[in-house]
Design a protein around this ligand. Structure first.
Ligand code: NAP
Length: 495
């Protein structure tokens, strides 16, 4: 919906990228804008204004955008009309975020372009968000008389409950909530959206999706990368702020939520918030017993020896920042009472992988005295979000032959095989949704607050009970023995 209540999504649009010389713009935003242009999904007149402080010109910006498209659009495109169009319509505005003059020049530029709709994208360090937003307000370019003005804010949105509330207050001084799109790019992934389609477009799974039939849930996000050049940022964040507060809690809510009454922004987000509010708080000493943390040390990633976390440039030698985190969670509502959700994420794992695993309860009676080679509970549903996107249901089948044996077998859906292509990039979908005014896949203010409320309890618990000996794991392994012991306390094992 536009600020003026009309719908003019095909009117001339300006996308203003704050932080246009940065990594996110280069690798994600510009390739996504190109893909949307190529697919004819953007308004005919779409301008891109790159706002940053480096001493660049329009030409330098266009060169950088061109190399970003060539390197990161998939498949690598030849020079074509869409690339030429994106580059021709891209302009550089050099200014610091603090300087009001930069915003005056931005006003003039927008005026001269005669655009109706304006999309701001904050691809900047998070401590710049409030400054930019306040400056946009002061310059009076936070609302359009004849179109819409929207703002996409990157994660992280705050670093605890207090700072998230404070940032929201700054945002809401300038923008109404329906102009604000807090991005969590996980929600733009096709396979993440498929969680809801799988659950709510098919009648056969939902009746099983509760405490009566589900034994436990595991959500695993494994990365192969270390912290690389982001050590300064990472050491103040750890897995809990970098992955858990946003991506992992999104996966928990999508897995646990009730069916919304409709597939629209408020209905979906209302249900997600209900799950967050039903999470059993992890406070005080519980923050020690219901979480497990560890740090990677040097090890072999394939053939290559990589350095340990504390050897990375910018990491203090006494750092207790976790690069691996597991959390035992409970959703205290009618559907999930008593069902543990084990959620873990780590860097420097042997493979990159994101999976949600629903382990169903055992059959009530073990008949025939068969040898069960499938393990105790063969019924497992695995949603693989990356790589090799797909869904697999594991069940037991009788192995051929005179001896009664049950073997684990699979029913499988493979995204690539079925649809013949890799899913489109998340940023492409999210940018388009924002332009269409659909906020379903963006995080609402109360949702972020509920996420931080849960996470801040854990952070406070950690602070009150400082960890003495942070467990370590070799890079290229699946974590230290303590990680297995953590889940074994519930008589379970990691997948
Ligand atoms: N990179 C990713 O893959 C990724 C993924 C998810 C989320 N994010 C989030 O996206 C945001 C941007 O990340 P990034 O990796 O792109 O950061 P980055 O590479 O460090 O880029 C930061 C940008 O902000 C500009 N900038 C910083 N301070 C400025 C100031 N005072 N005045 C004017 N310009 C200023 C820089 O301009 P100059 O270089 O010209 O100085 C640069 O264009 C962060 O919030 C990050 O958490 C990034």
């Amino acid at each position: 919906m536009n600020d003026d209540g009309t719908n003019n999504n095909n009117s001339p649009l300006a996308i203003i990228i704050f932080g246009a010389t940065g990594d996110l713009t280069h690798r994600k935003l510009i390739p996504a804008i190109y893909e949307l242009t190529e697919a004819g999904k953007l308004p005919e007149e779409t301008y891109i204004i790159g706002f940053a402080r480096r001493d660049w010109t329009d030409e330098a910006l266009r060169e950088a955008f061109k190399s970003g498209i060539e390197e990161f659009a998939a498949p690598k495109p030849p020079l074509n009309d869409a690339i030429t169009k994106v580059l021709q319509n891209s302009f550089y505005l050099r200014s610091t975020f603090e300087d009001p003059d930069g915003y005056k020049r931005l006003c003039d530029k927008l005026e001269s372009m005669q655009v109706k709709n304006i999309l701001y994208y904050l691809a900047t360090p998070p401590d710049e968000y409030a400054t930019i937003i306040a400056q946009l307000g002061t310059a009076g370019i936070n609302r359009q008389p004849r179109g819409w003005t929207r703002i996409i804010i990157e994660k992280p949105f705050g670093r605890d409950l207090e700072s998230a509330i404070a940032l929201d207050a700054e945002v809401h001084k300038v923008f109404a909530e329906n102009q604000v799109y807090r991005i969590d790019h996980y929600l733009g992934k096709e396979t993440v959206q498929n969680i809801l389609v799988f659950r709510f477009a098919n009648a056969i799974f939902e009746p099983l999706w509760d405490r009566r039939y589900v034994d436990h849930v595991q959500i695993n996000v494994a990365e192969t990368v270390g912290v690389g050049t982001r050590a300064g940022y990472y050491d103040n964040s750890g897995v809990i702020r970098d992955m858990f507060q946003n991506h992992l809690l999104q996966l928990v809510t999508l897995t646990a939520m009730e069916a919304p009454f409709g597939f629209n922004a408020d209905a979906v987000r209302d249900e997600k918030v209900k799950v967050l509010k039903a999470l059993r708080p992890i406070r005080g000493q519980d923050a020690i017993t219901n979480t497990f943390r560890a740090q990677y040390v040097s090890g072999l990633m394939g053939e290559k020896r990589v350095s340990g976390y504390k050897d990375e440039e910018g990491v203090p030698v006494d750092s207790v920042t976790e690069t691996l985190l597991a959390v035992r969670m409970y959703v205290d509502n009618w559907r999930w009472a008593g069902v543990p959700f084990f959620v873990r994420s780590a860097k420097r794992m042997p493979n990159r992988m994101t999976q949600i695993l629903i382990r169903f309860r055992q059959a009530p009676l073990s008949l025939f005295n068969w040898t069960n080679l499938a393990g105790d509970a063969p019924n497992t549903l695995i949603l693989t979000l990356q790589p090799n996107e797909g869904i697999r249901l594991e069940f037991g089948a009788k192995a051929p032959g005179p001896v009664n044996q049950i073997l684990p077998v699979n029913m499988e859906f493979d995204y690539d095989e079925t649809f013949g292509s890799e899913p489109p990039d998340a940023y492409e979908r999210l940018l388009l949704d924002c332009i269409m005014g659909d906020a379903t896949l963006f995080t609402r203010a109360d949702e972020v607050r509920s996420q931080w409320s849960y996470v801040t309890d854990i952070l406070d618990g950690w602070e009150a009970n400082p960890i003495r000996n942070m467990p370590v794991y070799e890079s290229g392994t699946w974590g230290p023995p303590g990680l297995d012991e953590f889940i074994q306390q519930n008589g379970l094992s990691w997948r």
